[in-house]
Design a protein around this ligand. Sequence first.
Ligand code: GDP
Length: 477
Amino acid sequence: MKKDTIAAISTGMTNSGIGIVRLSGNEALEIADKVYRGKEKITEVPSHTIHYGHIADGEETVDEVLMMVMHGPRTFTGEDTVEINCHGGTYVVSRVLETVLKYGARAAEPGEFTKRAFLNGKMDLSQAEAVIDLINSENEYALQSSVSQLKGSVKSAINELRSKILYHTAFIETALDDPEHISVDGYGEILKGVSEEIIEKLQKLIDSADDGRIMKEGIQTVIVGKPNAGKSSLLNLLAGHERAIVTDIAGTTRDVLEEQIRLQGLNLNVIDTAGIRQTEDLVEKMGVDKAKEYAQKADLIIYVVDASKKLDENDEKIMELIYDKKAIILLNKSDLETVVDENLIREKISNLKKEAEQTEKSEGQRYQVSENIPVIQISAKEEQGIQTFQDTLKEMFLRGNISFNEEIYITNARQKNALVNALESMKKVIESIENGMPEDFYSIDLMDAYEELGNITGESMGEDLVNEIFSKFCMGK
Ligand code: GDP
């Protein structure tokens, strides 16, 4: 690894009160001395101290600054680090950076500070990734989950599993090398038990990825309902501005619109779709098929009903689509005279459930068959019932059970993928045991699982992959 000294602007590139140029590497202190004019020399001051002075490019004074001097390894990167607190104008910060580059530092690549922290053993890869997630987090839940991961929650869970796997692999290898003294009789059963335990833990982590994704990226939400039910009006109301085109002509919202809405600490990624109904019109049909497809994949379906009109077979079709999913039914247009109420909806849904039970077509969904789909009266026009809707949402998705101290949430697709692969390998271990395969078969799959988990912490990982991961970071981090 190159041990040169890197520098970058670590604060945002907008005019602001303070900007920070960070230097890290073997020569950070020496380079700082070349550009710093103050009472003492940076190379001579104690670690973790702050010094007032100026940055100068030869004869020219560039800015008045505070220098934070920190000796490695007690720094973020593990290397000697100097943070130059200068004035926060984009031009002046750039000039300070330019000056340190001129006197021997190299411009850092995106994520290079964190990469050095990882390579110097200050953190594992899951913690490094938590740094990006923390910077990018857009709500409280995403923030809390990154903080927990940064503190090492994922790292310790993974390391525990890895050391268990390693112990058993080592046992098998030793036993095979020394069959006279160590017997593997009956060992298969023990290993099977251990493997089942590991599988259970892996599965729990994998399952957490869905919740993790919801926290990080938001709830994938689909709004369905017949044309003119008020879907666009609702979307506009939630989004707080005119987005979809609201019209009186049935079927005008043809294209799929996406809107990000922040509600009570949760993010809704709303996909508004064409109204679901039977139609011969091809263009409209595309919209309808898409709506069905999205509804299958969604975390939440919001079904908007025009309560001032009688239900028809199209409503039945929609209810069939949603009754066993995580859904909220909104009875819209409550400002008008209504003909649809909660009881009617409940009756229809309970009939659908009964039918499903009879034909046994109901399969276990992630959120189980919704015991009670909330039915809420609203008026998108008069802005009524929206608070109830928001409270219901919060209850459905947060249920007070998101606690970051005990539970770990995997929020990262790369990590989830490694967990899934590790789980597959562990299943193979059990298969080999059940099929009475020789012991060395077990250890191959055990090692595969071990390596896969190592990808999460970054212990068994090639340089290319490491570079790819850190290239996703922002500049100066
Ligand atoms: P979409 O086709 O489901 O997207 O429905 P729109 O949002 O375009 O609404 C269709 C019509 O119903 C428009 O004229 C809206 O102004 C009207 N509308 C929507 N919500 C309400 C409501 O709560 N009360 C009343 N009276 N009219 C509504």
